[in-house]
Design a protein around this ligand. Structure first.
Ligand SMILES: Cc1ncc(COP(=O)(O)O)c(C=O)c1O
Length: 391
């Protein structure tokens, strides 16, 4: 019996880019101490008050099927948050609640792609992007963003590939690069989408993690973009709720209606007690979001201090998200070989830039997701290791 091409070709290279991560996990399972700077997950757990709200809801009986597009209260809370942050009029009918941002990525691509339509995305990219596009029946096509531009995609590169494409997926603040797209970059992207009639899928799951003092800009707020932009949101990063699987799509009402229909046939909704906990969390407003993002701001400062003391490893601007993209080309090693050697020698696990496409070759991604003191020591060890390798 043969499986479908769609499922067997989700990750055609056979590798999902997580080899170093799996190797580190195997070392941990074998009882070795490994410092993991790999995964995009906080070192804190979900706030006890959010868990209490979840418990109250579940004990109160919200354990049956919940409203499929999302509870009215959560859809409204998400819509209000987006309207406050972007100024774009947004109502509950513009919101579909999903089991996490990943489900929202699949749903939006399913909504806009016909079989074999070309779907653009920016390289370096979050590891699931090409597979998600394939799962939705599309053909993923990467647009390179170079370290020379701080991994901001260039208008000419997007425009060249936009011909015949159906959609463009962007992510700012960016995983894996830590880049935050400038207003100019976003305007170029918007102009290209309008000119070539592309859907823009804007992954904004890191929208609370910006380190330069500049506010998050959602491209949905740019002129004439609200009707062609589908925003992906999530409570995973903003509220340390990764395991609760709660996110959303924000888009035009008619798209959300179709996505509600898709949800009926795909997920049948999200648990009501999780949605109630998410509503509670959003009701806490920005103070809670700031509290949750604060450790990354601190570790970003540690990173800048340590980097400034050496000149072998260079960093892309660390503008947002919980990652630092380090250029280790001066060592003469590929990102993969550097990460592998660092793991073997010092038991520090990082992600090779090659895991995220071709544009970040010769780089490694460091996740700032461990306690400050351990982070500082690990990063110093990494920089010393690079200096020895470069000598
Ligand atoms: C860029 C990006 N988008 C989407 C997701 C998916 O997040 P979740 O499904 O937990 O909301 C992640 C998770 O790491 C991510 O980094």
């Amino acid at each position: 019996m043969k499986l479908s091409h769609r499922i067997t070709h989700l990750t055609p290279s056979g590798s999902d880019g997580w080899d170093i991560f799996y190797k580190a996990r195997a070392m941990v399972a074998a009882g070795q101490d490994v410092i993991e700077l790999t995964i995009g997950e906080h070192d804190i757990r979900t706030h006890p008050d959010i868990l209490a709200a979840m418990h109250t809801s579940a004990i109160g009986g919200h354990t049956g099927y919940a409203a499929i597009p999302g509870t009215p209260a959560l859809r409204k809370a998400v819509a209000d948050r987006i309207q406050t942050r972007t100024g774009v009029p947004t109502a509950a009918d513009n919101i579909l609640i999903t089991p996490g941002g990943q489900a929202a990525l699949l749903a939006t691509h399913t909504a806009v792609l016909n079989p074999d339509d070309t779907a653009l995305f920016i390289d370096p990219y979050y590891a699931t992007y090409p597979g998600t596009i394939r799962a939705a029946g599309g053909i993923p096509q990467a647009i390179q963003a170079s370290p020379a531009t701080g991994f901001q995609p260039r208008a000419t590169d997007i425009a060249r590939q936009a011909v015949n494409a159906k959609s463009l997926l962007i992510n700012t603040p960016n995983n894996p690069t830590g880049a935050v797209y400038s207003r100019n970059t976003l305007q170029d992207i918007a102009d290209t989408c309008i000119k070539h009639d592309l859907w823009l899928i804007s992954d904004e799951v890191y929208d609370t993690q910006l380190w330069d003092g500049s506010p998050h800009i959602s491209p949905r707020s740019l002129p004439d973009m609200a009707d062609r932009t589908l925003v992906i949101g999530s409570m995973s990063k903003s509220h340390a709720m990764t395991g609760s699987r709660i996110g959303w799509v924000c888009g035009p009402e008619h798209v959300i209606q179709h996505l509600g229909n898709l949800a009926t046939h795909a997920t049948y909704g999200v648990p009501g007690y999780i949605q109630d906990a998410a509503t509670f969390a959003l009701d806490q407003g920005t103070p809670l979001e700031t509290e949750i993002s604060a450790p990354f701001a601190r570790r970003r400062a540690i990173t800048e201090t340590l980097l400034a003391r050496q000149n072998v490893v260079k960093a892309s601007p660390i503008s947002g998200a919980m990652y630092v993209m380090l250029d280790v080309r001066a060592t003469g090693l590929s990102g993969f070989d550097f990460a592998d050697a660092l793991l073997n020698t010092h038991h520090i696990a990082t992600m090779p830039g090659e895991s995220f496409g071709t544009s970040a070759a010769g780089h490694i991604r460091v996740a700032m997701t461990i306690k400050d003191a351990t982070y500082e020591t690990a990063l110093q060890t990494l920089l010393d290791f690079a200096t020895i390798k470069a000598a």
